[in-house]
Design a protein around this ligand. Structure first.
Ligand code: ADP
Ligand code: NA
Length: 350
């Protein structure tokens, strides 16, 4: 079987927010105690939104600072930015030739981001999941912690791995580069692992603080909709106190949150920050009004998030240090990625 290896990435576009932190980065931190981990700032992905000159270096440092400030250890694990390791782009090209256009057309994120004028979306936006599959599989990573919104892309990563393994099964066997693994009931010999998503917990999908039907997002025009990782204590408190809610008290049980998306979201945020279940939060606060719960949540959010913001600011004042982390991480990542690509080229016949 493949040795467990964790990979995940975050784009260097816009401000990181509490959804990114609870849905992804906090999991990255938790997984590093028991796994080898590779965490990447995926700068090539951020070109799909808008290809214009921008200071991606600064944005990349800011995401890296967030990783480090949250507790990721760049000595024990690998932290780097994607553009330093061109093997990602090389494997993505091969995956563009493995994946089918129909698979990409079905991606809901593509449909959302492309909007009505799909013919005018960049080809990169359509092929985004293929690059994401390459990010993961160039390390033959087995586990990928992400928020719920990435679930469909991870399924595509599995489809690409499976098709590559099938299409080249004879050649993989001939070269002896396959690894035996369980896929469902079957034992197969594949070159790429069928990656497991690590999604779940009370904070897998954090919603906007202004609209319980939209996910908290970097691109939401309303700053009140999200808590940015760089917000200071007063701003965090203010945003939580202004969060949209309904007039009822909190229910005693999780079932009571049904049909109350704003209440459910705030309970989920509390649970994520405190490492509790939603049930445990409701057994503490059930029956209470938001006038009681919101100040408690604001205090907790400040207690957990303000130190991260402070440490990020401290790190951002030393860009040379951050660059040295990325350079070192990139060098270590490239060795692994090139090891994979040598075999991939042999499998294909390049
Ligand atoms: P965004 O989705 O904000 O543009 P990314 O695509 O770089 O940012 O996502 C970084 C990570 O944060 C991904 O694992 C993604 O699933 C997670 N994530 C993003 N938004 C949320 C959210 N609202 N709730 C939970 N996780 C989220
Ligand atoms: Na996302």
């Amino acid at each position: 079987a493949f040795k467990p290896l964790v990979f995940s990435g975050v784009q260097p576009t816009g401000n990181l927010h509490l959804g990114n932190y609870l849905g992804a980065i906090k999991k990255f931190v938790a997984l590093q105690d028991t796994n080898d981990c590779i965490y990447c700032v995926v700068d090539l992905h951020s070109l799909t939104a808008q290809l214009v000159h921008q200071d991606l270096g600064e944005q990349t440092r800011s995401i890296t600072a967030a990783f480090l400030a949250s507790g990721i250890d760049p000595k024990k694990h690998i932290v780097f930015n994607q553009a330093r390791v061109m093997q990602h782009a090389e494997l993505a090209w091969i995956f563009n030739c493995v994946a089918r256009i129909g698979w990409m057309n079905r991606m809901t994120q593509f449909k959302d981001k492309a909007g009505k004028d799909r013919e005018n979306a960049s080809l990169g936006l359509l092929a985004y999941p293929s690059l994401m599959a390459a990010d993961i599989l160039v390390y033959r990573a087995t586990h990928v912690p992400v928020g719920e919104d990435q679930k469909q892309h991870l399924e595509l990563t599995r489809d690409i791995a499976q098709k590559f393994n099938n299409d080249f099964s004879a050649r993989i066997a001939e070269l002896g580069v396959g690894v035996e693994m369980k896929v469902g009931e079957e034992t197969v010999n594949g070159f790429f692992p069928i990656t497991e998503p690590v999604i779940g917990g009370p904070a897998a999908r954090i919603m906007s603080l202004r609209d319980g039907s939209k996910k908290m997002s970097k691109s939401d025009p309303s700053d009140l909709s999200r808590i940015n990782l760089t917000d200071d204590a007063d701003t965090i408190s203010k945003k939580i106190k202004k969060a949209k809610t309904d007039p009822d008290a909190l229910p005693g049980e999780v079932e009571g949150l049904e049909g109350r998306p704003e209440a459910e979201n705030l309970v989920g945020i509390y649970a994520g920050l405190a490492d509790m279940s939603k049930e445990a939060v409701l057994s503490e606060f059930g029956g209470q009004q938001f006038s009681v719960f919101k100040p408690a949540l604001a205090d907790l959010a400040v207690e957990k998030m303000a130190p991260v913001a402070g440490e990020m600011r401290r790190l951002m004042a030393d860009p040379a240090y951050i660059d040295s982390v990325l350079r070192d991480g990139g060098n270590r990542a490239r060795v692994i990625a090139e090891g994979t690509m040598k075999k991939v080229r042999e499998i294909i016949g390049l």
